[in-house]
Design a protein around this ligand. Structure first.
Ligand code: GTP
Ligand code: MG
Length: 197
């Protein structure tokens, strides 16, 4: 997928700041430092559209990126960052929950899991919450370049078993592995949603 236009459309902490226009939205969620912003950059074919960092807790607001005027990629702040106060983490939780529960144009939520690790309690909680509210969830195993190719099937199996999700898509922002597959999913969901109109 060739992305000719990619811009930050809005930075929001509350609904009045969300972008208008009604483009379909694809949300990237997951633990802090799992690679959400990097994946979004890789999908957009840009180096630094979304800010990434070696230190967790980089993204603290909801960032909406307009991609080709076709859809929005929504970069959420990560959860589970230990050095954030309880009050602040509750505030983020409310901000994310308010967005997810009041935004009709969300077409899918990509839940990112580090391919090297089993899901944490917070990952499971997020997964349960998303399925409880009926979101279309796609699990993505990030940083696939960090493991040997031979270890891939075993890690995917472990993640399938621990999440109960059948299809887990391996992804690497480093070598762009999984990019075409992820775009395939996104384009299919956009076309499904326009068919329903
Ligand atoms: P928060 O904004 O803190 O929630 O983090 P995030 O999930 O947006 O993570 P981010 O994209 O900032 O990446 C965190 C770190 O992991 C950075 O140092 C990235 O360079 C690195 N990283 C992300 N994706 C990959 C990947 O696919 N492969 C490798 N090798 N490193 C990655
Ligand atoms: Mg980020």
């Amino acid at each position: 997928m060739e992305v000719s236009y990619a811009e930050l459309a809005a930075t929001a902490v509350k609904p009045g700041q969300y972008p208008t226009g009604g483009l379909p939205e694809f949300v990237f969620a997951g633990k802090s430092n799992v690679g959400k912003s990097s994946l979004l950059n890789a999908m957009a074919g840009r180096k630094a559209l979304a800010r990434t960092s070696g230190s967790p807790g980089k993204t603290r607001v909801i960032n909406f990126f307009n991609i080709n005027n076709l859809c929005m990629f929504v970069d959420l702040p990560g959860y589970g960052y230990a050095r954030v106060s309880r009050a602040e983490s509750r505030k983020w939780g409310c901000m994310i929950e308010r967005y997810l529960l009041n935004r009709g144009q969300i077409k899918a939520v990509f839940l990112l899991l580090d391919i090297r690790h089993d899901p944490t309690a917070l990952d499971r909680q997020m997964l349960e919450w998303l399925s409880h509210y009926g979101f279309d969830i796609i699990a993505v195993a990030t940083k696939s370049d960090k493991i040997k190719r031979s270890a891939l099937p075993g890690r995917l199996k472990a993640l399938r078993e621990s999440t109960g999700i059948k299809d887990i898509l391996p992804f690497s922002s480093e070598n762009k592995g999984g990019r075409d597959e992820l775009w395939g999913i996104i384009l299919e969901k956009i076309s499904d949603s326009t068919k329903l109109l």
